[in-house]
Design a protein around this ligand. Structure first.
Ligand SMILES: NC(=O)c1ccc[n+]([C@@H]2O[C@H](COP(=O)([O-])OP(=O)(O)OC[C@H]3O[C@@H](n4cnc5c(N)ncnc54)[C@H](O)[C@@H]3O)[C@@H](O)[C@H]2O)c1
Length: 360
């Protein structure tokens, strides 16, 4: 038998679902009169629709797990392009290993969790995410591209939001990734925060960059991320959280209420909150902790929150698709929080220049 090669495994690509094609409104509305998860899903869909209908509410989208590789990229891009989201908090895997990776021209492939010979996949440089395959050699180009972006920047601390904006700029300059989350967020002024930025392909690029340039290099300032997201919360006042999966992004976004309080701002808790997750609350950990529980910490208001228990790839097209087809986004105004944060940076730079002048 001929030896198997990479090509035998990397044949059919993951295709990103287009929620615009399927009007799920009648089905989701029918779920309202059913029970269990269907009714939870209908309520969550309506809460998201309410967030978009509320002209004072800014929507923060939180993403964990591996959702871009799973075919949900176009939904997130459509959310950005149609003003259905004002800020994004994500893990690094979705933004760098999966979205930026695809923006470079690479794909995720349909694989199998049942008959995968993981040792053979290892030999062939194929990485597996459950039933999805990735060409590891291509992923190394993603690490290397982050390395190159670092090398081209002024050595100083950056928030992940600033660095991801630079990645969007790089895509524009290199005419790549028009259908990516990173590029569209750059183009539409939607900030993306990745609080654990080194815990993904970007980390490999950063260690190479910092080793090569030990005395002057780019660093990621996670505290600046938190301050920037808190500034958005203070400016927005009313906010709604749409959380896919859980993880670090969930807590990071929720905690802005507490941080704003520490800064002396009088702002409300997150008014709306929806979380879709397979995690449950038995372990006391964050991902499965209910939104009701978050209200005991002063983070989320209890009136308009909904947990939906299930896997994201099936539930997100229904919940976000419902809100898309209901169309409240048509009346929303773009917030452009990127410009707001860049203006804040300019104020700090002016202050620094003044201080330096006074020292001389
Ligand atoms: N996910 C990956 O394949 C991957 C790859 C490289 C690096 N990383 C890094 O590892 C860290 C943690 O990863 P994580 O964000 O996947 O966190 P995680 O594994 O802790 O997941 C967060 C929670 O979301 C739930 N969840 C995940 N996917 C879901 C889905 N499809 N539907 C419903 N619920 C779901 C999980 O059960 C968990 O409770 C991050 O820093 C990330 O960048 C992850």
């Amino acid at each position: 038998m001929a030896k198997l090669t990479q090509k035998d495994f990397l044949k059919s690509t993951i295709k990103h679902i287009d929620m615009k094609k399927y009007n799920v409104v009648p089905m989701v509305e029918a779920f309202e009169n059913m029970a269990y998860s269907s009714r939870d899903l209908a309520r969550a869909s309506k809460i998201y629709h309410q967030m978009l209908s509320d002209k004072n509410c800014s929507v923060i989208l939180c993403i964990a797990g591996s959702l871009i590789s799973a075919g949900l990229k176009k939904i997130i891009v459509d959310m950005i392009q149609n003003k259905m989201v004002d800020a994004i908090v994500s893990n690094g895997a979705n933004i760098v290993d999966q979205d930026f990776f695809e923006a470079l021209g690479y794909k995720h492939y349909l694989g199998s969790q049942h008959n995968a010979d993981d040792n053979l996949l290892r030999d062939l440089h194929i990485d597996r995410i459950y039933d999805t395959y990735i060409n590891e050699d291509e992923l190394k180009v993603c690490d290397e591209t982050v390395h190159k972006i670092c090398n081209a920047l002024e050595p100083r601390p950056y928030s992940s939001r600033e660095f991801i904006w630079e990645m969007g700029k790089w895509l524009e300059k290199n005419k790549k990734g028009k259908d990516s989350v990173v590029y569209n967020a750059y183009k539409y002024g939607v900030p993306i925060f990745v609080p654990a930025f080194s815990d993904c392909s970007a980390g490999f690029g950063f260690v190479a960059h910092q080793t090569e340039r030990p005395t002057a290099h780019v660093t990621i300032d996670s505290a600046k991320d938190f301050l920037e997201l808190t500034k958005i919360k203070i400016k927005a006042k009313e906010t709604g959280l749409m959380m896919f999966s859980g993880g670090v992004p969930k807590n990071f976004a929720q905690d802005t209420v507490v941080a704003a309080e520490i800064l002396g701002a009088e702002i409300p808790m997150h008014k709306y909150a929806v979380q879709i997750t397979v995690a449950d609350e038995r372990d006391g950990a964050l991902s499965g902790s209910t939104l009701k529980e978050a209200s005991s910490w002063g983070k989320v208001s209890t009136a308009l929150e909904q947990m939906v228990y299930g896997e994201c790839t099936t539930l997100i097209p229904l919940i976000i698709g419902y809100a898309y087809h209901k169309g409240a986004w048509k009346k929303r105004k773009a917030t452009n929080y990127v410009k707001f944060l860049q203006d804040e940076d300019k104020k700090i730079a002016a202050l620094k220049a003044k201080e330096n002048k006074a020292k001389k």
